[in-house]
Design a protein around this ligand. Sequence first.
Ligand code: G1P
Length: 276
Amino acid sequence: MKLNKAILPVAGLGTRFLPATKSIPKEMLPIVDTPLVEFAVDEAVDAGIEEIIFITSHNKIAIQEHFRRNIELEQKLLDAKKDYQVERINLGKYKDIKFSFVNQEVQLGLGDAIYQAKSLIRSDEFFCVLLADDLFYSKVGVTSQLVEKFKELGKSIIALNKVDSSETKKYGVIDPEKLENDIYKINDIIEKPQSDPPSNLAVTGRYILSGEIMSILKDTKAGFGGEIQLTDAIKHMISSEGVFGLEYDGKKFDCGSKEGFIDANIFFAKKQNLIS
Ligand code: G1P
């Protein structure tokens, strides 16, 4: 079962972080010194992904620049005897990775963002989706955890976590059928249920999806919030192919919110002994 591509939607406006995001993409905001997007890319690469497809918008050139070699800066750092810094920017770790950029002209929702990569994904392959806003700290990367289960199940699988009942309205929420410890068969999925959530198991920003979802997204109409929701296409796939969920092992930071972003900075600064 082929799985070597990951889609990272990074076209959002990042309005919650204005004015910082007026000229800088939200995904370039740093956790200590590393842009959020680099954490997601590294997690995908660690999981064996070989092609990263960014769904971007024309004004997000900084992300493209970030994943390109900057030989001039490398040379300046070498001249200044800052070799350790060169290692941080020379991106040798990505030497076998292909980066593709697809423009999303109008932001119509996550489902529409994923659909923009339709010509790069075949219907008989699987691909990962990573939402860089969700940052994880875990022994084994959450995408690697998904890949391991995917190899057993050979079906679409989504990373889940339990949330407080007051929080379910902020996420996609599943109707679960427990199979083993942390694995669920998903019987239904609802985007941001405002009442009567089917459980407290929420969708987090890591997915492995069948390429078949592209033909479903083609016909997916706007749903919650007037946006084309990935959740609605997944709902369709539950009845056609089956979709599973994995309650991952790790800690999540919702860096789409200021609180989560600050929490993550404090957590990682402590890990690096920068603060106590
Ligand atoms: C998106 C998805 C939602 C999921 C969440 C995870 O929502 O639509 O189903 O639970 O990501 O972070 P967003 O946070 O973009 O509103």
